[in-house]
Write a protein that binds this ligand. Structure first.
Ligand SMILES: NC(=O)c1ccc[n+]([C@@H]2O[C@H](COP(=O)([O-])OP(=O)(O)OC[C@H]3O[C@@H](n4cnc5c(N)ncnc54)[C@H](OP(=O)(O)O)[C@@H]3O)[C@@H](O)[C@H]2O)c1
Length: 332
């Protein structure tokens, strides 16, 4: 039996281009005791992966020569552990590879529903739908009367965050790159408005759409987008830092917000979060997202690249703003 895996060949400088990775074939030994072997079906492509390729800094790092860390879903094909049977669908840190050999403590069994297996990385994924749910319900808490703005709004986390804020009664404005995305947000996801930051002036559009300011900003992007919204923050507004994808290619030179004094002027505040700091909320988030996905009241488009060889290009595609919804690679 052979595994095909994506390794880090060299640390990217700036953009993580496909030549920083290599797809290798590995012969697999006999299954060790206490392990299961999983045929990986889908691999999650996450913006946060870029921060793991630099060798130091934030949580979890990938060494040169190591398999790229990634969430995945698949089915057990071999097991040496009671209770973890062949055919069981599982989710966990399976890595960017076709066959993962892991102890089951690293896995979670997936309940069979009418949802496709890929939904457990998309709308129900920890670093996607669940992050959005926790960010909205536990941190941002937008409600009726609030103008809520989300950046990277057509991406995995942003599209769910905006839909939950809308359910919770806020007026929702998405910021995304390109007309295909802004049309999607308004026409398919029911956002009240969308700003194409590549072709429109965010500040001018916010002044039109939200003359009294932005009450809650859920930021996935950082940089100039964060500054433009800070400049339009309402009195007692809240800025929630979910991520800063515009900064991940050069983490040694992160550009902080130049408009942060608006926080003082408007009695506003800024707060960050990571979903794994709220483990007690994950079951409730998963259940509610599952109910909404099953009754069709929440949507998460999935963009799926076919074949493990596509992983390096897929990651680059995300940083070029190509994906709409959840980006994944179909491994096998
Ligand atoms: N706090 C947490 O627990 C947590 C957990 C998971 C993810 N996150 C964060 O959530 C954010 C979204 O992650 P995701 O995995 O769901 O990715 P995603 O939103 O599906 O994809 C990333 C999107 O970011 C935008 N983008 C890329 N480079 C950009 C740049 N230089 N300037 C502005 N926009 C850029 C692109 O959309 P456009 O076409 O609109 O530019 C791209 O499609 C990231 O910041 C990530 O780190 C946080």
């Amino acid at each position: 039996m052979e595994n095909r895996r994506v390794i880090l060949k060299k640390r990217p400088e700036g953009e993580a281009t496909p030549d920083c990775f290599e797809v290798q074939t590995q012969a697999l030994d006999e299954l060790p005791p206490g392990h299961v072997r999983v045929s990986v079906e889908y691999i999650s492509v996450d913006a946060g992966t870029r921060t793991m390729l630099r060798g130091e800094g934030f949580h979890m790092q990938v060494g040169v020569g190591q398999t790229i860390l990634a969430g995945g879903v698949g089915r057990i094909i071999e097991s040496s552990v009671d209770g973890w049977e062949k055919g069981q669908a599982v989710r966990g840190g399976l890595g960017a590879q076709t066959i993962a050999t892991v102890p089951p403590e690293h896995l979670e069994k997936i309940e069979e529903t009418n949802l496709p297996l890929s939904a457990w990385l998309g709308v129900l994924g920890g670093s996607t739908g669940v992050t959005a749910w926790i960010g909205i319900r536990r941190v941002a808490k937008p409600g009726p009367g609030d103008v809520f703005v989300v950046s990277a709004a057509a991406g995995a986390v942003g599209s769910i965050a905006g839909q939950i804020a809308k359910r919770d009664g806020a007026m929702v404005i998405g910021i995304a790159g390109g007309k295909r995305k802004t049309d999607y947000l308004v026409n398919e996801l029911g956002f009240d408005a969308a700003i194409d930051y590549k072709n429109e002036d965010i500040g001018a559009r916010l002044k039109e759409l939200a003359p009294d300011g932005v009450n809650v900003f859920f930021d996935n992007v950082g940089g100039p987008v964060l500054d433009a919204v800070l400049d339009n923050i309402a009195m007692r507004g809240r800025v929630i830092i979910c991520g800063a994808v515009s900064q991940y290619d050069d983490m040694d030179n992160v550009t902080g917000p130049s408009m942060y004094l608006r926080l003082a002027e408007r009695q506003a505040k800024m707060e960050g979060f990571a979903y794994f700091h709220f483990p007690e909320s994950i079951p409730e988030a998963t259940q509610e997202l599952k109910d909404w996905a099953l009754d069709g009241s929440i949507k998460m488009p999935e963009e799926i690249r076919d074949g493990i060889e596509q992983y390096p290009e897929a990651l680059q595609f995300m940083f070029q703003g190509g994906n709409l919804g959840k980006l994944m690679v179909k491994a096998s």
